[in-house]
Ligand binder design. Structure first.
Ligand code: GLA
Length: 395
């Protein structure tokens, strides 16, 4: 009798202890060695996403050079979901008559398909979530041929306590790994509870660091500059900070501002998920999205996110080391009129001379000694790649 009581007490103690312990590590799925690149339906289309749209976007990505530039994921965001059948299997609504056929089509183009859900009973747009169906949904996604899951906290706040968040994400992370299909896991909970500290442990390849981006200068610049400070140490191959999807081409910013958006996201080693209508892209916008020199910064295999190395009022320099001893630096002007911005090599960590190439004009800017000064338009950037003459002394 006493022994049984002791056992029960022990079991109770262990149960409450396990509730306090951090979520068990989910094994790394081997994906996202560099930040994921692709497209997502939400920023432009919100609820107006459908099977036909996804096929057209996939076709367009092949034709317009986006695929060749490295954009591979075609991601369906919220509003594809219907309810569940009698066995609890998630159903698609009439906008998506056959998800497996759609995945086959996208794969046939050499692209990958992404999908969206929530750990709560409902998604942010009020559609069916994965609450109590995590493993079943993961299996369904794998059976359809899904390659990417964005998992959005939303109504989970109504059924879970916020301290349970890591365990809740680990549950889906584990379920995805258990399917045996490589499915990139994107955490979307707006940076709550310092997600960058536990994101990798729950199987996350990327995690949103902020609330939703909007297609205007104030939102993009606040998210990109102010809210990513101090996050660089948490980015590494396989695991990236995500300042949200691109707004490039959606019309609310100038081309200068969109170049700033693209440059900053690339310096930040952010996922590059275009969010515009890729079926009809003005050439100037396509040029911004497909600039190979800029994309190479984002996709640099060293995987080091840029840090802000200087700030003088509205003028900021952000820089990151690259594989092979080079560096990238962005000279940004957040102010309302053109200004000269100076990048000091000593701030970046380079000693000696370095060759400079401008990644938007593609011009070589000559050998310089210990700094580079450029005139930068209002809300603009000069993005450079630096090749130190003596790379070993630089590190
Ligand atoms: C949240 C996310 C967005 C988008 C919507 C869909 O707001 O942060 O990126 O997925 O939900 O409802």
């Amino acid at each position: 009798m006493l022994t049984a009581m002791r056992h029960n007490l022990l079991a109770l103690a262990l149960m409450s202890l396990s509730a306090l312990l951090p979520a068990a590590d989910v094994p790394y799925n081997g994906l996202a060695k560099t930040p994921p690149m692709g497209w997502n339906s939400w920023n432009k289309f919100e609820k107006r996403v459908s099977d036909a749209l996804i096929r057209e976007v996939a076709d367009a990505m092949v034709k317009n050079g986006m695929k060749d530039a490295g954009y591979v994921y075609v991601n369906i965001d919220d509003t594809w979901e219907a309810g569940r059948d009698e066995q609890g299997n998630i159903q698609t609504n009439s906008k998506f008559p056959d998800m497996k056929a759609l995945a086959d089509y996208v794969h046939g183009k050499g692209l990958k398909l992404g999908i969206y859900s929530s750990p709560g009973p409902k998604t942010c747009a009020g559609y069916e979530g994965s609450f109590h169906h995590e493993e079943q949904d993961a299996k369904t996604y794998a059976a359809w041929g899904v390659d990417y899951l964005k998992y959005d906290w939303c109504s989970a706040s109504k059924v879970y306590d916020s301290h349970e968040m890591p365990a809740v994400y680990a549950k889906m992370g584990q379920a995805l790994v258990a399917t045996g299909r490589p499915i990139l896991f994107s955490l979307c909970q707006y940076g709550l509870r310092d997600v960058w500290k536990w994101g990798p442990g729950v199987g996350g390849n990327v995690w949103r660091t902020t609330g939703d981006i909007a297609d205007n200068w104030r939102s993009m610049s606040h998210i990109g500059f102010d809210l990513q400070l101090d996050l660089a140490p948490y980015a590494a191959p396989g695991h990236w900070n995500d300042p949200d999807m691109l707004e490039i081409g959606n019309g609310g910013m100038s081309e200068t501002e969109y170049r700033t958006h693209m440059s900053l996201w690339s310096l930040l080693a952010a996922p590059l998920l275009a969010g515009n209508d890729l079926r009809d892209v003005p050439p100037a916008i396509l040029e911004i999205l497909t600039n190979k020199d800029v994309i190479a910064i984002d996709q640099d295999p060293l995987g080091k996110q840029a840090k802000r190395v200087s700030k003088k009022g509205d003028l900021e320099v952000w820089a990151r080391p690259l594989a092979g001893g080079a560096y990238a630096a962005g000279l940004f002007n957040r102010g309302e009129s053109a200004a000269n911005v100076a990048a000091q090599w000593s701030d970046i960590g380079i000693s000696g001379k370095a060759r400079v190439r401008d990644l938007w004009s593609h011009a070589v800017r000559g050998g310089v000694t210990d700094e580079f000064i450029a005139e930068v338009p209002a809300h603009g950037v000069v993005l450079i790649r630096l090749e130190p003459e003596n790379p070993t002394a630089a590190r």
